[in-house]
Design a protein around this ligand. Sequence first.
Ligand code: C5P
Length: 240
Amino acid sequence: MTVKEKIILALDVSDAGYALELVDRFSESIAIFKVGLELFTTAGPSIVTDIQDRGHKVFLDLKFHDIPNTVTRAALAATRLGVHMFNVHTSGGYEAMKRCHDQVMELCLKENLQRPRMLGVTVLTSLAPETLKKEFGIQHTLRTHVKRLSVMAQEAGLDGVIASGHEVSMIRNRCRAGFLIITPGIRPSWYPPDDQQRTMTPRQAVREGADYLVVGRSILDQPDPLKALDLITVEILTAK
Ligand code: C5P
């Protein structure tokens, strides 16, 4: 996989025009753009088709978390939009993931649609290990929790999970070959963590074996975002 395919740029902006300007600016160096809650809520589904019409892939990062029927219907809508990837929260449970997987497969066969990659969000990279215990009363470790959720996502038929770089090798050991691992919380040494807790540099994350790196602020908040991407690209290319 080339670096162009490996880095997913998070379009965490609220203006559709600016988002498309960014897509055009990065069109030579990024293949997958992430549309998340902020952009989708302000710009609506047309932002997805606008990006796709420019020849790029979209990761629709809306982290569906609801009862199985609602999650599945949202997943079918995402599939009809033609997104390359979308995600659901694994903590919504096995039934939501399984139904979502089965019905998306059925729809794609019936209507001859491109099958999106279905991913499960494990534990948000903004949560620290001690938070699980302190806030949610979960007694086992964060790593054990991510492992359980990843195995459950695999059993439900999902294509992969979203997890921090710190859990990548553990997931690799427990899940089938080809199970995708998408890693946010990416922080080059020159960018502060902000709200992210389980961070990793691009070089470390690639060494750990992440398939895709999701990068947002450390590129977009820079005075020269293309230069920031170049620096990250060099880190990745020299990671092995
Ligand atoms: O700006 P930063 O690089 O921290 O952005 C990370 C992106 O990845 C954000 O768009 C965030 O919503 C998303 N994300 C995350 N942690 C997850 C799943 C998605 O940070 N577990």
